[in-house]
Design a protein. Structure first.
Length: 251
């Protein structure tokens, strides 16, 4: 599931493959932007902001959001025809292929950051500010903690995996109000450490054990024993997202 760490890693891969190279092919498969062609231009930058990604080429900026299923692939082979492909950028002998992107639009390079101006502090951004994150987090003390963590205008980069894992690590039921967190600075600092530690790998780990099946505390483990106390984990729908928790460890 793409979260801030996945998008950061994706941007790093695209940056290594594209930046400094001249575009030799541009195929945008979104009707509104199908006529956009940056062939002959040099890729200047690839950047991420929360769950958003920008590929900047000349005066254009390709703005993508992976949503739930999206991904970018870099390949030296000619991409096969696939109805899920939204864009193919070819440069330097490689092809960057955007698949199942939840959003793809072409923006003016000079103003592309306006598209993400509503976001809270980016956990993996150069401008990460834990104090601002804390102020945003506690602004609505009665709001459920998991819902607040998922709000990108509060903190940018946390998805459902990290929301569940952070609530477990802090010993708080995800449906409990934000006010139940007595040390919000510690919470946002822990979120930053987790995403930072996972930014350069595809299989995220929050337990410290990178073996398959041992990487997460609660997410995706409904009905299985808690890794700490052995209590069977509960889960519930939370507005289209799934909360998973340990009834003993998370009060």
């Amino acid at each position: 599931m793409p979260e801030g760490d996945t998008v950061w890693h994706t941007a790093a891969v695209l940056r290594d493959a594209l930046v400094g190279h001249t575009v030799t092919g541009c195929d945008v498969r979104v009707p509104r932007f199908a006529a956009v062609d940056v062939t002959g231009r040099v890729v200047d930058a690839v950047a991420s902001r929360g769950k958003h990604l920008f590929v900047r080429v000349g005066p254009a900026s390709f703005h993508a959001h992976l949503k739930m299923e999206g991904s970018w692939r870099v390949t030296a082979r000619t991409p096969r025809t696939d109805h899920r492909v939204r864009i193919i950028l070819s440069a330097g002998g490689v092809h960057a292929v955007g698949v199942d992107l939840g959003l793809l639009e072409v923006l003016d390079r000079d103003t592309d950051v306006e598209a993400v101006s509503h976001l809270g502090p980016d956990l993996l951004g150069d401008d990460w500010d834990p104090q601002v994150a804390v102020r945003n987090l506690v602004a609505d003390p009665l709001r459920p903690l998991s819902q607040t963590l998922l709000d990108q205008t509060v903190i940018a980069g946390i998805g459902n995996v990290y929301s569940n894992e952070l609530c477990f690590l802090r010993g708080i039921d995800p449906s409990a109000p934000v006010s139940r967190e007595t040390d919000p600075l510690r919470l946002v600092s822990q979120a930053h450490r987790l995403l930072w530690a996972n930014r350069s790998r595809w299989s995220r780990c929050t337990t410290g054990d990178t073996r398959r099946g041992r990487r997460l505390w609660v997410y995706g483990r409904t009905g299985l024993p808690c890794r700490r106390c052995g209590t069977l984990l509960d889960s519930a729908d939370a507005g289209g997202r799934i909360n998973v928790w340990c009834g003993h460890c998370q009060r």
